[in-house]
Design a protein around this ligand. Structure first.
Ligand code: NAP
Length: 370
C-alpha cells in the first residue's frame, strides 16, 4: 500500500478492459495515480487514436484526468469478436506483455435477454482467459451481486452463485456464466479471482455519477411527478472507493481468496435521499413501501398519468425488493486491514450526487410536480 492507503499494484504491464465505462474510468485513474504500471486498455474502436480519444472522453465525463497519458496504451478491439477483435499477432503480443488483467468490461443491461449479452460477457471473458493463460497473467474479473438474482436471505463470499437462482436478469446469468469460466481457470492453476460489486454510486469527492443514472436515480427522478419515494435501504458504494478496493485486492497475493465482495457495510436509508432532495428544494416525502405502492396505483389510474409512473413498481422492485442481502464480511475485514474504510454515504454526499445529476441534466434543475 502507498502512504495514502491506496493499492500499490506491482510495477508492470496491466490489461484493463472497460476503461470507457463508469467503474473502468475510475480504475484507470487510480491505477495511474497509485502505481507506475503501464495500462493497456482494450476499447471498442476502429483505431488506436480513436480508442485513446474514447478513454480521454470518459475521464472528462467523470471529472477525472489522465495524470500520465504516456502510460496508457490504447488497444482497439472488441470483446464480442473472436480473438478480442485483434490480429493474431497483436493478441500474442498483448499476452506476452501483461502480467495482470483487470477485466471490468461487460454489456451491463438489465432488460436485454442473455442471448444478446453472451458474446461480450461470456465469450469475451473466455477470450480474456485464453490471453491470460497464454502469458500466465493473473486475472481479476469484476462481477456483480446480480449473479444471485432473487436468492433468499443473506449471501456472502462463501455462498455459491448457483444456476438454481433462475430468477435473475439475462445480465446476471451471463455474468454468472463468466464467473464459472474464471473459477474453473483458477482450479486449472491460473491465478484468477472474482471481485463482485454491489450497487456502485458516484465519486465521494466530486459527486460524479454514472452518466445515465441507474435504477435508484430513475426512481428519484420519478419522485418529481409523484412527490413520494418508498422507504427502503439501498447499498451504495462510492466508485472511487470501489476502484481502490479492486486495486488493493488485485495487489494481494495470487493465492488469495477466489471470490471477494465489495459493498458498503452500512446501507443508505431512502429518507436520507429524500432529505438531500429537500435541501435542493424538492418537497419529496418517504412513505412506507405499501403506502407508496398504493399511491402509485392511484396515480397510475389517472388518465393523464405519466406512463413512467406505471413502470415505477418494476424499477422499485429492482432497487429495494426481492434481492438477497449482499454481504462482504471477509472482504470488508481485509480492506480494513489494508487501511481502506468505506466513506459514509450520508446526506452531504447524497447532496453532491443530486447536484451532479442536476448539472448533467439527468435531474431537472427546478421542481414542478407533474
Ligand atoms: N455500476 C455498477 O453499479 C456495477 C455494479 C456491480 C457490478 N458492476 C460491474 O462493473 C463492470 C463495469 O460496469 P459499469 O457500471 O462501469 O458499466 P458501463 O459504464 O456500462 O461500462 C461498461 C464498459 O464495458 C465496455 N464494453 C461493453 N461491451 C464491450 C465490448 N464488446 N468490447 C469491449 N468493451 C466493451 C464498455 O465499452 P463501450 O464504451 O464501448 O460501451 C464500457 O467501457 C461490469 O463488469 C459490471 O458487471 C457494475
Amino acid at each position: 500500500m502507498t502512504a495514502n492507503g491506496r493499492a500499490a499494484v506491482a510495477d508492470s504491464d496491466i490489461l484493463l478492459t472497460g476503461a470507457t465505462g463508469f467503474v473502468g474510468a475510475f480504475l484507470l485513474r487510480r491505477l495511474l495515480e497509485s502505481s507506475a504500471v503501464r495500462v493497456h486498455c482494450l476499447v471498442r474502436s476502429m483505431t488506436e487514436p480513436e480508442a485513446m480519444e474514447r478513454i480521454r472522453s470518459a475521464q472528462i465525463a467523470y471529472g477525472l484526468d489522465l495524470p500520465d497519458q504516456a502510460r496508457v496504451v490504447p488497444v482497439a478491439g472488441d470483446l464480442a469478436a473472436a480473438g478480442l477483435g485483434l490480429s493474431p499477432e497483436r493478441f500474442d503480443d498483448l499476452a506476452r506483455s501483461v502480467t495482470t488483467v483487470i477485466h471490468a468490461a461487460a454489456r451491463v443491461n438489465l432488460v436485454m435477454p442473455a442471448r444478446m449479452l453472451e458474446a461480450a460477457n461470456v465469450a469475451g471473458t473466455r477470450e480474456i482467459l485464453r490471453l491470460a493463460r497464454q502469458g500466465g497473467a493473473a486475472v481479476r474479473f469484476i462481477s456483480t451481486s446480480e449473479v444471485f438474482g432473487r436468492a433468499r436471505g443473506v449471501v456472502d463470499e462463501d455462498t455459491p452463485a448457483l444456476d438454481c437462482y433462475e430468477d435473475t436478469s439475462g445480465y446476471g446469468r451471463t455474468k454468472r456464466a463468466a464467473e464459472s469460466l474464471v473459477l474453473q481457470a483458477r482450479r486449472d492453476g491460473l491465478p484468477a479471482a472474482v471481485l463482485r460489486l454491489d450497487r456502485v454510486a458516484g465519486d465521494s469527492r466530486t459527486g460524479a455519477c454514472q452518466s445515465d443514472g441507474d435504477d435508484l436515480w430513475l426512481l428519484v427522478r420519478s419522485a418529481l411527478s409523484t412527490g413520494v419515494l418508498p422507504d427502503a435501504l439501498v447499498n451504495l458504494t462510492p466508485v472511487d472507493f470501489a476502484a481502490d478496493a479492486v486495486l488493493a485486492l488485485t495487489a494481494a497475493p495470487a493465492g488469495s481468496e477466489p471470490i471477494a465482495h465489495i459493498c458498503h457495510p452500512w446501507p443508505t436509508r431512502m429518507t436520507d435521499v429524500a432529505t438531500a432532495l429537500n435541501h435542493v428544494g424538492w418537497p419529496v416525502r418517504v412513505l412506507p413501501a405499501t403506502e407508496w405502492a398504493m399511491t402509485l396505483q392511484r396515480l397510475g389510474e389517472q388518465p393523464d398519468c405519466d406512463p413512467m409512473v406505471r413502470l415505477l413498481p418494476i424499477i422499485a422492485d429492482r432497487v429495494m425488493g426481492g434481492r438477497p442481502l449482499f454481504r462482504a464480511p471477509r472482504t470488508t475485514a481485509t480492506l480494513r486491514r489494508l487501511g481502506l474504510h468505506h466513506p459514509p454515504v450520508d446526506v452531504p454526499l447524497l447532496g453532491k450526487y443530486v447536484r451532479h445529476l442536476t448539472a448533467t441534466g439527468f435531474l431537472p434543475a427546478t421542481y414542478h410536480r407533474g
